[in-house]
Every structure is written in structure tokens, then in C-alpha cells.
Design a protein around this ligand. Structure first.
Ligand SMILES: NC(=O)c1ccc[n+]([C@@H]2O[C@H](COP(=O)([O-])OP(=O)(O)OC[C@H]3O[C@@H](n4cnc5c(N)ncnc54)[C@H](OP(=O)(O)O)[C@@H]3O)[C@@H](O)[C@H]2O)c1
Length: 484
């Protein structure tokens, strides 16, 4: 006996639909009330095929569905349809008495017994997490199974391929059909691995997770302007952040270097500072993830006891015209630049207040107030950063905390190389800049250092433009004129 259910899953018991909605919410982070049973997942809710596959995997785990019965195609167009499929499969294994419409079928389908479907579930998941932790050197407790590897954990496709190579070897995975879409979570990888694992694959305990680089115990040089100060610079493994971190260390501060996607760069910057006689601590983590920040700030307090300066330098924003910017890009840019800056500032606040005050510098682009071709995503989000700066300045001032913003123009380095026709554009920007030269990372670091330090005690809520005058001109910001 099988069951027939409508596309909207009208026959699915409400508790199953509820659990399916919870699964979808955990993957998409949408509010539950918009995840209705009959909304079209792709067309109405904008859940793309990658996320759909993740939802299918999570639903599969939640209800112990055999891999070949995971919701796909028409069975996965709405949450109601998914709930219907779940009810159908559970009905076949007589696990749940559902309010169903029975229909006769010519031959009963082959059903994998629920108990034997997810072979080595928790052990496999533990093993996959351990391998991820070992290869990426992430703390294991941050490697949650449902986190998006790229967006939430910052594990790029190259690192993922490295992990997969180790997994294939260690789990003895056999050949099998390649998944249509690259799995985006560890949960989805476990799902795929299950199908390829030999029956007797040995599972061993995961190894210990990585540890932070400890600050070097150096004597305090009291003659330096920032001696005794602790400064956190987010996104400082490379680029402008690295230059700022190095500059503050030279001025005597103990610098907390933070990196996320480029862990090795952060560690190298930290090593370089220490080798040059400075004091630095590397903290890996994303400013866009609350649990990462929680961990970073508690390690900072544990190891350094407090905070005086915060530079919110970390940034993420797609370079390209509006028709290439997806909601996901906006979300990433907003979470990194706005939520990340806000969360860092709010965590810094009590630490600075406990020391009688402190100073925060946020980072913007002067193109937040102008149009520059291909900089729409960053320009818009950075306009928000400037506004956030003013609000933080007002709200944190009673605790002796100043908040200012450096709004930089194009600075030679990795970011400029990401623009299409980078060489030609840079030449155009240079010729449009009064004086003919763009700013350098050192120019940005000069102003950051000034805004953090005691010489700007009465400067608060200010947006200081550092772009060599480019944004004051009218040339250079539009795309090159097309030949007629
Ligand atoms: N370069 C320019 O021409 C220019 C012009 C105007 C303003 N700015 C601003 O100046 C700042 C530095 O710019 P940049 O060109 O050196 O680099 P960028 O490419 O704009 O910023 C990338 C930095 O942010 C870090 N980052 C990205 N996502 C992160 C996350 N979730 N958590 C923690 N760190 C994260 C990156 O480190 P990981 O790879 O380790 O994640 C990297 O260090 C940015 O705020 C930028 O908007 C730059």
C-alpha cells in the first residue's frame, strides 16, 4: 500500500509539515512564517537549487529517509510537497500513521528499512568534521554541519577540494556519480559520502583542533605612543588591514590580527610583527558570524585583558554591475560590513568603557557618496557604514569612546586588480585625480593612526575622506565611453 498526496501536501500530518518547515528555516534562516506549505520554493521564496539540495539533505536526516527517496524535482517544489513525500515514505515503512488517501499500486516499491539507511551517522559526521578541522585548522566546535562552507565558514573551493581528497582517502570512498551540485555543507558531504562508503569502512576518533598563536612575551616599550594599548584590526592578514596592523604595532600597541578566508595571511602578518619586535596575537574568525566573534572576543580578553582600539577594516562586497549582484551578495556584504562592524563595536564597548574609553575607526569608500562603475554593492553598503559610524559616535560617547570613519578612494593593491579592465581604469582614475596619484595603504594607515590617537580627542562621528581628491572631480568614475 502506498499513499497519494497532492502537490501542496494536503494529506501530510501537520507535525511533519512543521518539522519540514523547521528544516527549511535552519538552512535558509528565513522566518518560519514565510515558509508556508504551498509557497513555491524557487520562484516565490527565491531558494536556489543549491539550497534546495541542502534542505533535502536536512529533511532526509531529520526523517531518516533513504538517499534515493530524498525530495527532488516536483517533490521538492514546495514544503507541502516535501512533507507529502516524507509522509509517503514513512507510510511505506508503517512508521507514522498519516491522514492519507490510499491508492492501489501495481507493485510495492522497494523500501530501504529506515534503521539501515544512514550507515554510521554520528560517527561519519564526527569523522568528516575532524578531517575538516585538521585540514582547515578551524576549531571543531565552529564547524557546524549545516553551516555553508564558503559563505559562513570561509572555506573556499580550493580548501574544500583539499579536504575532499583527504576524506576520499581516509574513508575509502568508492567511485560514484558526481553530485549535480557541489555540496555546500558538511551535512551534504556526509550524505554523499554515505552512498559511496564501503560497508566495513573503519571510523577512527577525530584529532584535536588547532590552537591560536600566542602573543610573544616582549618587554613593554613605554616610549612609544601606543605603548600599553591593545588594538584589534579586523581583516588584517593582508591588504590595507595588514598595513594598519603593522603600523599600530610599530607605535607600540599589542595588535590583534584577525583573518578569516586567508588564515595563513593572518598568521604570517602576526609572525612578521613579532619578528620585527612588536606584539601580536592572531585570531581566526568571521566578523559576520556571531559565534566566531563570541570566541574571538573571549580569547582576546583571556589573553590580553581588554581593548583600547578597534579598526573595523574587514569588508566583503561583489565588484560588478547591478545585474550581477545577487541577494546573497548583498547579504554577505551587509553582514560583513554593517552587522560585523556593529557587533565588533558592541563587544568592544564594555571593554573600552572598563578602561575609561577607547577609539573605533570604521572603513568606508569615498564612492559611497558618488557613482563608480562596478562599485554599487560596496558603495551602498559603505554608505551604511558611514551612517552607523555617526550613530555609534553618539551612543558610545558617554563611555569615552570615539567612533570615526576613514573613507578611502581607490588604493593600489589586490582589490583594484579585481575590477574588469583594471589597468585601464586605474590609469583613468589616476589621470582624474588632482596630483595624478592614487592613495596608498600607508596614506590610509596614517589617517587611521591619527584618528585612533590622542591628537584627535575632539573628533567624533567624522568621515574623513582619503582619496587624493578623486571624489571631488567629475572624470574617471563612469565606464569608459564606448566607441560610436
Ligand atoms: N583597496 C581599496 O581600493 C579600498 C578603497 C576604499 C575602501 N577600502 C576599504 O578598506 C578596507 C580594506 O580594503 P582592502 O582592499 O585591503 O581589502 P578588501 O578586499 O576590501 O577586504 C578584505 C579584508 O577583509 C577580510 N574579510 C573579508 N570577509 C571577512 C570576514 N567575514 N571576517 C573577517 N575578515 C573578513 C579579508 O580577510 P580574509 O581573506 O582573511 O577573510 C581581507 O583582509 C575595506 O574595508 C575596504 O572596503 C579599500
Amino acid at each position: 500500500m502506498s499513499v497519494h498526496l497532492s502537490q501542496q501536501g494536503a494529506g501530510a500530518p501537520s507535525n511533519i509539515l512543521e518539522r519540514v518547515r523547521q528544516c527549511a528555516a535552519s538552512v535558509t534562516r528565513y522566518p518560519l512564517d514565510i515558509l508556508t506549505g504551498d509557497a513555491q520554493l524557487e520562484d516565490e521564496l527565491g531558494i536556489d537549487s543549491v539550497k534546495l539540495a541542502e534542505i533535502a539533505a536536512v529533511v532526509g536526516r531529520e526523517f531518516n529517509l533513504p538517499p534515493e527517496r530524498l525530495p527532488r524535482g516536483g517533490k521538492a517544489r514546495t514544503l507541502g510537497a516535501i512533507a507529502g513525500l516524507v509522509t509517503e515514505v514513512l507510510g511505506e515503512s508503517s512508521a507514522v500513521p498519516a491522514r492519507v488517501v490510499p491508492v492501489p499500486v501495481p507493485a510495492p516499491p522497494t523500501v530501504v528499512p529506515v534503521a539501515s539507511a544512514p550507515r554510521a551517522g554520528p560517527e561519519l559526521e564526527a569523522r568528516v568534521r575532524a578531517v575538516f578541522a585538521r585540514v582547515t585548522r578551524y576549531p571543531e566546535d565552529l564547524l557546524t554541519l549545516d553551516a555553508d562552507l564558503e559563505d559562513e565558514l570561509g572555506i573556499d573551493s580550493v580548501k574544500q577540494a583539499e579536504v575532499m581528497a583527504v576524506l576520499v582517502k581516509e574513508l575509502g570512498l568508492g567511485e560514484g556519480p558526481k553530485p549535480a551540485v557541489r555540496p555546500r555543507t558538511m551535512a551534504a558531504i556526509c550524505e554523499a559520502a554515505r552512498a559511496l562508503m564501503p560497508a566495513s569502512a573503519p571510523l577512527v576518533a577525530p584529532r584535536a583542533a588547532a590552537v591560536h598563536v600566542a602573543p610573544a612575551p616582549l618587554p613593554l616599550r613605554t616610549d612609544l605612543p601606543f605603548a600599553g594599548k591593545v588594538a584589534l584590526v579586523t581583516g588584517s592578514g593582508k591588504g590595507i588591514g595588514r598595513v594598519i596592523a603593522t603600523r599600530l604595532a610599530r607605535a607600540g600597541a599589542t595588535v590583534v590580527v584577525n583573518s578569516f578566508h586567508s588564515r595563513e595571511d593572518g598568521e604570517k602578518t602576526t609572525r612578521d610583527i613579532v619578528e620585527a619586535g612588536g606584539k601580536a596575537l592572531h585570531l581566526w574568525g568571521s566578523v559576520a558570524q556571531e559565534e566566531h566573534l563570541e570566541r574571538m572576543f573571549s580569547t582576546l580578553v583571556e589573553q590580553l585583558g581588554g581593548l583600547d582600539f578597534l579598526v573595523c577594516n574587514a569588508s566583503n562586497g561583489l565588484i560588478g554591475p547591478f545585474d550581477r549582484i545577487s541577494p546573497r551578495d548583498w547579504d554577505k556584504a551587509f553582514r560583513t560590513c554593517i552587522t560585523g562592524t556593529y557587533e565588533c563595536a558592541m563587544r568592544a564597548r564594555p571593554l573600552m568603557a572598563a578602561r575609561g574609553g577607547g577609539s573605533i575607526v570604521t572603513m568606508s569608500t569615498s564612492m559611497s557618496q558618488r557613482y563608480m562603475h562596478d562599485l554599487g554593492c560596496q558603495g551602498v553598503v559603505k554608505a551604511g557604514v558611514e551612517s552607523l559610524t555617526r550613530y555609534l559616535a553618539a551612543e558610545l560617547a558617554p563611555e569615552g569612546i570615539r567612533t570615526n570613519c576613514v573613507s578611502a578612494g581607490p588604493v593600489h593593491g589586490e582589490l583594484l586588480g579585481m575590477f574588469p579592465d583594471a589597468r585601464e581604469r586605474v590609469a583613468r582614475w589616476e589621470s582624474a585625480t588632482p596630483g595624478g596619484r592614487l592613495c596608498t595603504a600607508d596614506d590610509v594607515a596614517d589617517v587611521t593612526e591619527l584618528l585612533l590617537g590622542p591628537k584627535t580627542q575632539r573628533v567624533n562621528g567624522a568621515i574623513w575622506v582619503v582619496d587624493a581628491g578623486l571624489s571631488g572631480t567629475v572624470d574617471g568614475l563612469l565606464p569608459a565611453a564606448r566607441p560610436s
